[in-house]
Design a binder for this molecule. Sequence first.
Ligand code: VAH
Length: 317
Amino acid sequence: KILIIGAGGQIGSELTTYLRGIYGSRNVVATDVRECKALGADGPFEVLDALNATSVASVVARHEIDTIFNLVALLSAVGERNPQMAWHVNIGALMNSLEVARQHHCALFTPSSIGAFGPSSPKVRTPQDTVMQPTTIYGICKVTGEMLGNYYHHKYGVDTRSIRFPGIISNVTLPGGGTTDYAVEIYYEAIRSGRYTCAVPHDVYMDMIYMPDVLRACVELMEADPARLRHRNSFNIASMSFTPDIIAAEIRKRIPSFTMDFNIDPVKEEIARSWPDSLDDTCAREEWGWRPEWDLSRMTDDMLAAIRSRTAHPRHA
Ligand code: VAH
């Protein structure tokens, strides 16, 4: 049975539904520090403080969990406003997940990010194995998390696996304070007001990925034959790389009146410019068959349609 810690977040809210569709609702226990009615509607949900090791162990024992998805994180921009809290939450939750996975023989998935790279990493087609000196507390947490995951695998044999996600674009739950949030907000504003004020400079490339590809990648990696994995924490994957100008042009193809202007957030600009422009995902392709299925054009059609249909028939709260 599967435990999702941080199920109320951007990835967790959709991963819960996706995993329940594959493995059966009863077999996916969703938890979050806050009550979440939607997650409890079609399967088990419990309030769980990921920073309380005893509580995490108790949920794992009670539900006979064999696989944990730890999705707890303060993202890059919000982390820069409170680095001490970001470290405390991100690493505290991960250490509890690692220890419980070790003691209860669970497999563990924890996301990493393109944010794990820094300005001294090669920017174009960033390699799987390269210099990693991130300049954000979020990136430092992610590199630390990768090393802890590899450590627990080599020292204790824990089945830890991880993916360095690009900026994730989705239309179910808004991201919480990331540098790539603009690529989500822009679609909502294109429908709501027809204009968007972007906080990230027009020419900054960042890797991005659509949520359906994220969900499939999580399952494909966790179901991969461990004998094929030469890497574990954490795999580069790539699907799209674009700038605010490029995504705005794609939206304008569908909404010609759409306009964008800029109010640069210096914190987000510094973070965005410190990250890669594009990743090399050869290892993920070779070791567990990763392939992207969504590109910018197809995602734009899907995002605009999903937001329109929701705006037309607002979901009950
Ligand atoms: C952030 N969306 O912007 C997250 C993610 C790659 C970016 O880690 O912080």
